[in-house]
Design a protein around this ligand. Sequence first.
Ligand code: PLP
Length: 387
Amino acid sequence: MTDFIQEGDKYLIGNYARYPVSFVKGEGVYLYDDKGRRYIDMLAGIAVNTLGYNHPAITEAICNQARQIIHVSNLFYIQPQIEVAKILVENSCGDRVFFCNSGAEANEAAIKLIRRYFYDKGEDRYEIVTFEGGFHGRTLATITATSQTKYQEGFAPLPEGFKYAKFNDLNSVKSAITQKTAAVMIEIIQGEGGVNPAEKKFLEDLYQLCREQGVLFVTDEVQTGIGRTGKLFAYQHFDIEPDIITLAKGLGGGVPIGAVISKEEIARSFVPGTHGSTFGGNYLATTAARAVLNEVLKEGFLNEVAEKGEFLKEKLSEIGLNPRGMGLMIGCPLPESKNAGEVAKKALENGLVIGTAGGNTLRFVPPLIITKDEISEAVNILQKVVN
Ligand code: PLP
């Protein structure tokens, strides 16, 4: 084992189970470890590296930006931050954007914004309904929004005001909604929970239910956003219009950034002093995000993501797996006889990086720039491993 890996085990807090591998370089969809070994990457840093590695659009943008200015704080106007906000607004149903640094922070900000909005209206609504199998982050509020007890154990007392409903079950949501309900927050495809897509009818009925009940409809697009499903935002596959959308992961193409897109009326509740972030939307992060968005919004890019996703599904079906998901966010549940973690480990030993998710599921969230040939190459390695 490389020395620094042993040092990592000594000096780092041990909250991650890591593979004993260290990647030091990437190019396109390929990663290289410190021994020069090449891997094909179907994980993209957990749905982050939208344009793969060393994409000239991002690399040049952030190198040039670093030579000018990296950070100044939100006491001042930051041009790329404003440009990214404009792109997000012009390409979504939202009106205004707040920037932070991660998915958990984006959801935390959304939770605060929801509460503050009803507070300002003088309505005693603060409860947020989320879904079993969901995942919204690791802060105290977002582990509470995350219904799964494995993320909450040992961290009591948790904040009040969260209720859980069954995914794809409208009656369950109806039972959870009370006069105190402020919002419903949902992942269009549950990522960490096992790549579980919401059903079209459920989502559209849920949206209507929220409208009827005066409840805000919030989509956590931290994992599904920025082209991952073949549209810029996953909600755009459906006849729904979120009041709030949260983003992170793919937005910065690897540079940490999170965002909340909100409708005007709700956004007005964040006035100076109500919420903030020192780093949120700084020059470096928003320069990266601008580069990512400009690539993803190029003519044909999103259609190609959708097409390549279908191709990946076909290939996975051919080797006997049962893919589900949209675009390049695909999960394959494995039978009990095969352990997803073991398969991912063996895949890595064979030069293929794949992820896992809840419910013994293999997760494929490659860089969106992957080609069909590269998809075939990855599935060929997987076939050997699975057999
Ligand atoms: N929301 C969803 C849907 C996610 O998948 C994740 C991370 O996996 C988060 C929120 C939390 O994001 P972060 O790890 O950037 O805080």
